[in-house]
Write a protein that binds this ligand. Structure first.
Ligand code: ZN
Length: 488
């Protein structure tokens, strides 16, 4: 039924506050620094959710927009490598990727075409600054005009806030234009940038939180004026946390020093490489060994033979390395190893097991979880929230490496290639990178542990759209309390 005034129509406004940490957001709200978010929380909900591994910009938008993890979407990093494509020909355009630059536009076609985004499903859907723009026409891409120049200036001049301020102005212009909308997805990038280049609590970072808060206040006032606010789902979340970085460890240089000449961005044209190293965030590294027959990903026995126990031990004993993970012998088996020893994760018929062998790298003891939700609930309070599901999903595609490296907090895996230098990092599986804020102007949704992948089905439900198969659970569906019980 068509409603002329549009006040009964359901709408969704989503703010992605890139790199926002739940603890910092909590403190700022409590201190009265973010009055508009405080109003949302007072009438609605503030909870902490888990993002995905790697916890990095771009791939970590996927759970929110598609309900699927980066491994399932085969985008397992902001940079990735495909051994099969590379071995066919290193000129193959599908051999490797860095979305930090001109290749960013490939993101849309690198994803499986049959997996829809919220933009495909929700009618008049507007985008601001998010890099996943598949099927979004220029008219609906609010930040597109002038974006590259503005982003370049922000990056090299370290003047980030004009991007967020312009973004807000574009939202207001849309809302004042008389046009209606169904879905608005707005990225505010400066919290991430200021945290990378200054500090997670620098005054400029705090100012970036305030710009988003101010935007929310003005957007809300306008929606209230139109009589739309009461039927609008407002949500805010982040894609990852961040920790300050004191030491750079260049994983690519380390591999080269180990006799395995590495290609990595930006030095991707080295002759006769023995491996490729792809870094994201910069606390996540993917190592792809090349010096072997065939073009397949390596499982444990072959990996040990090629890489050697000694090198593996040297790698996990680096201070910068928190743990590594790699495929086991059988399908659904993954080893997790640190300086103390290793544990085995097994995924079989929707069940997740974690068995310490000679060590317990995640300090979670043996775990046997009957479902992905149980696996989340059993790890969410640990230092590695959702570790089991996140490691299993990462290896779903064929672009995840033979060895995955997760950096220790305080370190990153990329040296002097960054300009300006990075003083903050994310991408790892530690709780400081994985836990993100999730706020919405509703109460009474399911209160079991949540992931950012739950946002996708929750928004579909809010908009009265049919469910789409995904790796999330609608938090606003009464059925999910039953799902959780059955999973136990
Ligand atoms: Zn980010």
């Amino acid at each position: 039924m068509r409603c002329l005034s549009g006040t009964n129509k359901k709408r969704t406004v989503f703010y992605l506050l890139d790199g926002a940490r739940p603890d910092i957001l909590t403190d700022l709200i409590a201190a009265g620094t973010l009055p508009n978010l405080k109003r949302i929380v007072d009438d609605g909900t503030f909870r902490i959710a888990t993002t995905c591994f790697p916890s990095t910009t771009g791939p970590a938008y996927l759970p929110i927009l598609t309900g699927h993890f980066p491994g399932t979407m085969n985008i397992p990093g902001i940079r990735w490598f495909n051994k099969k494509a590379f071995k066919r020909s290193r000129w193959n355009t599908m051999a490797m990727r860095s979305y930090c630059g001109p290749e960013a536009s490939y993101f849309n076609t690198d994803m499986p075409a049959e997996k829809p985004t919220l933009f495909d499903l929700l009618g008049d859907s507007y985008n601001l600054y998010n890099m996943i723009t598949r099927n979004i026409s220029a008219e609906f891409d609010l930040g597109k005009k002038g974006k590259s120049l503005l982003y370049t200036r922000a990056h090299f001049g370290k003047r980030h806030h004009p991007v967020d301020i312009q973004g807000h102005e574009r939202i207001m212009k849309l809302l004042k234009s008389g046009k209606d909308f169904d879905f608005l997805f707005a990225v505010f990038p400066s919290v991430d940038w200021d945290s990378h280049y200054h500090h997670i609590k620098d005054h400029r970072t705090i100012e970036a939180y305030k710009i988003a808060d101010n935007s929310i206040g003005e957007v809300r006032a306008l929606l209230e004026e139109k009589g739309w606010w009461d039927n609008t789902l407002f949500m805010l979340a982040s894609d990852h946390g961040l920790t300050p970085t004191h030491t750079h460890f260049d994983l690519s240089d380390w591999m080269t020093a180990q006799g395995l000449k590495a290609v990595s961005y930006p030095m991707i044209w080295k002759a006769n490489p023995k491996c490729a190293v792809m870094i994201s965030g910069n606390s996540f590294g993917s190592i792809h060994l090349l010096d072997h027959e065939g073009d397949h990903v390596l499982h444990q026995p072959e990996l040990m033979k090629l890489f050697g126990e000694e090198r593996l031990t040297a790698l996990v004993n680096q201070k910068a390395v928190d743990f590594i993970t790699y495929r086991g012998y059988h399908k659904g088996e993954y080893y997790v190893q640190n300086g103390q020893g290793k544990a085995l994760i097994t995924y079989h018929e929707e069940k997740y097991d974690y068995q310490p062998l000679d060590a317990d790298p995640f300090s979670i003891g043996p775990i046997s979880a009957a479902s992905h939700l149980a696996a989340l609930e059993l790890t969410v309070e640990s230092n590695y929230p959702d570790a089991l599901v996140q490691i299993v999903q990462l290896f779903n595609g064929d672009r995840a490496g033979d060895i995955i490296v997760s950096a220790a907090n305080g370190y990153d895996l990329r040296d002097f290639w960054e300009y300006p230098e990075h003083k903050g990092s994310h991408g790892s599986l530690t709780k400081e990178h994985i836990l993100v804020p999730m706020l919405y102007n509703q109460k009474g949704w399911a209160d079991h542990a949540a992931r950012t992948s739950d946002i996708f089905p929750s928004i579909l439900k809010w908009m009265n759209k049919p469910p789409v198969p995904c790796e999330g659970v609608a938090l606003n569906s009464i059925a999910n309390s039953i799902i959780l019980d059955e999973s136990r």
